[in-house]
Design a protein around this ligand. Sequence first.
Ligand code: HPA
Length: 278
Amino acid sequence: MVAVEGKAGGYLIARLREAGIPPPRMGVVLGSGLGEAAPGLDDALEIDCRDVPGWPPCGVPGHAGVLRFGRRSDTGLLVQSGRVHYYEGYDMEAVTFPVRVMASLGVEKTFMANAAGALNPVYERGCMMLVRDHINLMGVNPLRGVSDGEGNPAFLDVSNLYDERTGDELLERSKASGWPMEGGTLVAVSGPTFETGAELRYMRLVGGDAVSMSLVPEALMAHHMGMSITAVSLITNVWDLRKPHSISHRDVLKTAVEAAPMLRGIIASWIELQGLAG
Ligand code: HPA
């Protein structure tokens, strides 16, 4: 595992050196249709994921599979557009490969975004949910078989997985800017099916505010690797738990594309808050 991500890291470091771009200390991961949320970068270098040794190919419409490296306030920033999903048939090692490569490059702070369906009726289509906590119903944990560095299983404390202080500040800034965002709990499912009515009611009953098929595996791995994590779900659809309606991936993508520019403002605020400049 380490050899493969080390090879990817080595390839990327060589490309960065050649382009005169510092290794990234901040990493942004954007999911389905969220490419438009990508922050602007100084001296950007774009790398197709297919060129990176060991990178799993992205096969889902809306997931470009591109890495952009550059600077923001003189600090190296990496933006990954497109992710690998468990529902595509990849194992958790592949799903968390990008985040392990980020760690090997020296990324310390991550911002992860995805698309999610709302369980909480206060949410509206196109608004955002700051992920305060999660419930992993994927049936798998990416840290299974991963050691803590001393040969023990990764019995990781996940009670503080999402960076609380950055989250508080982002919520305050979003209120001041008029961006619709609330804190909530994300439920992760494996997909690829959307949820049955009974599943949706169950998820709401146990405390879920939104449901998605991504982000949680990467967040668990990033936490294991010592990175700070801020996560935001873009609400692409709102479930009516009394009468679940039909839904398609195309509808999810369409809303994601429409609302992505708002997320761009949130990401710019997140970058400012990191205080890594210099
Ligand atoms: N369920 C699961 N994943 C999703 C949804 C949903 O309703 N919307 C966007 N991703």
